[in-house]
Design a protein around this ligand. Structure first.
Ligand code: IAD
Length: 437
């Protein structure tokens, strides 16, 4: 008899092709047009019931959306790169979300798996010893790179869809596969939650590859998420002749520079880890002009919602103070946010037990003290838990060529099969879980 392992193994060559295609055509948050059409086509082909675009993304709850002009231009770019025209209208305007449902017709819980699809706003290394460059699948889109393994996550989601279809006769309840846009900058999940996509979910699992967890290890209930707030700050001053009458100017560049230095002094909190990063700073228009404009892209983070909120409050004071020093106006726009979150112990214990039994891992742990990132899957987890469901966040350790968000980031593709087999096992053995509502 064909085992689950045989079944997953048969998918390995296709997984590598899929991942490398997605990697090559990397698409940043809210412009995952090509990716979303390919995902929709595959899920449709497999026979899943699809909910797309506006049906799964609340327009007003989207954060950090690019301008209309950028969205339109990116849609054209995606079309030229092979986006499927029949699916594109569903995602047009920045609605690249997909929820695929498989109703087994047998009673049981609603089980959801969430993967993300977006790349980062950064360039990929062109060094000859960077494997994606060497093998010809490095990103062809300037300023967009899969440097956080979401190409792998999307591939895992699609392969899981295929494998679960093959084993559908042994499943019960309902399977929901959630493909989320704009995780980077923590912008997309909130809009999917607002559209109600997890309101009926009993058992929720989000995943990530890598994150510094060693190959062969699985973290069954990662809880080291920093609460975070993302903000864009614009300073508006007055331009003037830099030689003739600089005193008539109001220098937005200096205000932004002061704010940047002051912001980076903030992360001190007795409540625990706090962070501030000014990741982008742009200012001025010309060498001999007193700069009348500046833009800062800023994030605050904290070990919990309270610490992040405190740092964010201070950040607002610093920004306002720097603006006042130079007599310039400022405006703050919220671009994203995520919360800290604790996975559900019973669901984590079940994942742990299933992972142990699989025998695929050298080490099975519940949590891990590690370099902390943020995740907007926490919005989904929180909603599921509020409604009486169980939620967890699973990390599959793997070898990395360089750290996340680095131009040389790459992950060992063999981890994808391990992830699919583990998630499929959770779905197949879900009836053994006693903790569902
Ligand atoms: O805040 C964001 O924009 C989300 C982004 N998320 C990730 O990088 C995923 C992630 C979650 N936990 C870890 C731990 C280490 C690396 C990456 C991660 C981050 O933290 O910058």
């Amino acid at each position: 008899m064909k085992t689950l392992s045989d079944c997953v193994t048969a998918h390995i060559p296709a997984m590598q092709r899929r991942r490398r295609d997605l990697h090559h055509f990397a698409e940043s948050g809210w412009v995952e047009f090509r990716t979303a059409t390919l995902v929709a086509e595959e899920l449709h082909r497999l026979g899943y019931q699809l909910a797309l675009g506006r049906a799964v993304i609340d327009a007003d709850a989207r954060m950090g959306l690019p301008s209309e002009a950028v969205l339109a231009q990116q849609e054209q770019r995606a079309l030229a790169q092979g986006a499927l025209p029949q699916w594109l209208p569903s995602f047009s305007g920045g609605f690249c979300g997909i929820v695929a449902t498989l109703d087994t017709g047998r009673p049981g819980p609603v089980m959801a798996f969430r993967v993300d699809m977006d790349a980062l706003d950064q360039n990929e290394s062109s060094a000859a010893d960077h494997l994606p460059t060497r093998e010809g699948f490095a990103s062809c889109n300037a300023g967009m790179m899969h440097a956080c393994a979401h190409d792998g996550h999307t591939t895992i989601g699609l392969t899981l869809a295929s494998v679960l279809k093959e084993w559908a006769h042994q499943l019960s309840g309902t399977i929901k596969l959630i493909f989320q846009p704009a995780e980077e900058g923590v912008r997309g999940a909130k809009a999917m939650v607002a559209a109600g996509v997890v309101d009926d979910v009993d058992l929720f699992t989000a995943i990530h590859l890598g994150t510094g967890v060693p190959a062969g290890e699985i973290v069954c209930g990662s809880d080291s998420f920093l609460a975070t707030t993302k903000l864009d700050v614009t300073f508006t001053g007055v331009g003037a002749h830099a030689g003739g009458n600089p005193e008539q100017g109001r220098n937005a560049l200096l205000a932004a520079a002061q704010a940047t230095l002051a912001l980076h002094t903030l992360p001190q909190h007795s409540g625990g880890v706090a962070r501030v990063n000014v990741g982008v700073l742009q200012a001025g228009t010309g060498r001999n002009v007193v700069p009348d404009c500046a833009l800062m892209k800023v994030e605050t983070r904290g070990v919990n919602n309270q610490v992040n909120d405190d740092i964010y409050q201070q950040a607002q004071r610093v920004i306002a103070g720097a603006a006042a020093m130079y007599g310039v106006d400022h405006a703050i726009t919220l671009m994203g946010g995520a919360r800290s979150c604790t996975p559900s112990p019973a669901w984590v214990a079940f994942i742990h037990q299933q992972a142990e039994a699989l025998g695929l891992f050298r080490s099975v742990v519940d949590t891990k003290a590690q370099a902390a990132g943020s995740e907007d899957a926490t919005y989904m987890m929180e909603r599921v838990q509020q409604r009486g469901g169980q939620a967890s966040y699973v990390i599959f350790g793997c070898d990395l060529a360089a750290g996340h968000h680095n131009a040389r980031f790459d992950f060992d593709e063999t981890v994808m099969a391990t992830a699919v087999q583990t998630l499929a096992t959770l779905a197949l053995n879900q009836a053994q879980f006693g903790g569902a509502r």
